[in-house]
Design a binder for this molecule. Structure first.
Ligand SMILES: *[C@@H]1O[C@H](CO)[C@@H](O)[C@H](O)[C@H]1NC(C)=O
Ligand SMILES: *[C@@H]1O[C@H](CO)[C@@H](O)[C@H](O)[C@H]1NC(C)=O
Ligand SMILES: *[C@@H]1O[C@H](CO)[C@@H](O)[C@H](O)[C@H]1NC(C)=O
Length: 277
């Protein structure tokens, strides 16, 4: 009898825990084997109906489904939607698309939702002269230089893609692209210097990277007939204004806020789409 009385408060506490609906994520993260070894219960009883076995860490343990529940609770990794842009630095539609559509969409959705690959080359041509690559560009020598600068910025910043893309966007939206590198670097990528970039631009590294851009562009299938050429998950996006909707539609993860709301941005994109058609 004395034993029953001593257990009563503990039993009612457990009952209370079982009645708490749902499971706060905090208690999931505490669902750890060591913790339970410290407080072994002599006889775990599974009192939950099967659909509630994973409703809390405690019931998972009592119903001996902890491993299975942990697997359920672990968020599944979702790949971001791949977006590839084939463009050239001085092409007005490339400039417009990058600064008015791609950059704002990416800023809204982020790296977890969109995986952007920027390929500055466009309608340029490459030829091999005495063992090194030479390039000629649709909008002249300045465009070749700016394509190369952006290629080198993307290469030098590597994994720091947000900085690299910010620099590229800054150059693509600048009124005077010619002198834009210095201020854009200073604002968005102070970790690399003009010297680093120019060393790459005039050296073999830049040529090597530009040759890769040329190969990627020339191997497009079907070949590009327009610049900017936009691929979303390897399929051509014909109407650039549909980028946001297309990415939102293809993304497999939890719907980002920017996708579900009828936002001002959404409305602007729709207006843009109407004007482009
Ligand atoms: C992003 O795309 C690149 C190029 O296709 C790929 O190598 C990389 O693995 C992708 N990153 C993620 C996180 O999916
Ligand atoms: C290639 O190199 C040779 C020998 O160095 C030189 O005579 C020739 O002018 C070069 N060609 C070009 C197109 O630069
Ligand atoms: C979004 O908002 C616009 C303007 O306020 C409205 O015309 C349109 O019907 C709305 N769309 C949806 C799906 O709610």
């Amino acid at each position: 009898m004395a034993l029953v009385t001593a257990w009563a408060p503990l039993a009612s506490l457990l009952l209370l825990l079982l009645l708490v609906p749902g499971v706060p994520s905090q208690s999931r993260s505490r669902c750890h084997p060591q913790l339970h070894r410290k407080f072994p219960l002599t006889k775990p009883v599974c009192t939950q109906p099967v659909y509630n076995w994973c409703s809390s860490c405690d019931s998972a343990r009592r119903c001996q489904t902890r491993t299975e529940c942990l697997a359920l609770w672990r968020p599944q990794p979702v790949s971001p939607v791949s977006v590839k842009l084939f463009y050239e630095a001085l092409c007005p539609s490339s400039r417009f698309f990058t600064s008015m559509v791609l950059f704002p969409t990416w800023a809204l959705l982020g790296d977890d939702v969109m995986n952007i690959t920027l390929v500055p080359f466009g309608n340029a041509k490459e030829t091999q002269v005495n063992g090194t690559w030479e390039f000629t560009c649709q909008h002249g020598e300045l465009e070749c230089e700016l394509n190369m600068v952006q290629t080198c910025v993307l290469y030098l910043l590597g994994r720091e893609f947000p900085n690299a893309f910010a620099v590229v966007n800054c150059m693509m939206s600048a009124a005077n692209p010619k002198n834009s590198l210095k201020p854009c670097l200073k604002i968005y990528a102070p970790q690399i210097s003009m010297h680093d970039v120019m060393k790459c631009v005039t050296g073999p590294q830049g040529k090597e990277m530009m040759h890769e851009n040329a190969m990627m562009t020339n191997h497009l299938s079907p070949p590009h007939t327009f610049i900017p050429w936009i691929l979303v998950e390897e399929s051509r996006l014909e109407n650039p204004a549909e980028l946001l909707d297309t990415v939102c539609h293809l993304y497999q993860g939890e719907v980002p806020d920017a996708c579900k709301r009828n936002t001002t941005f959404h409305q602007k994109m729709n207006l843009l789409a109407a004007n482009l058609q």
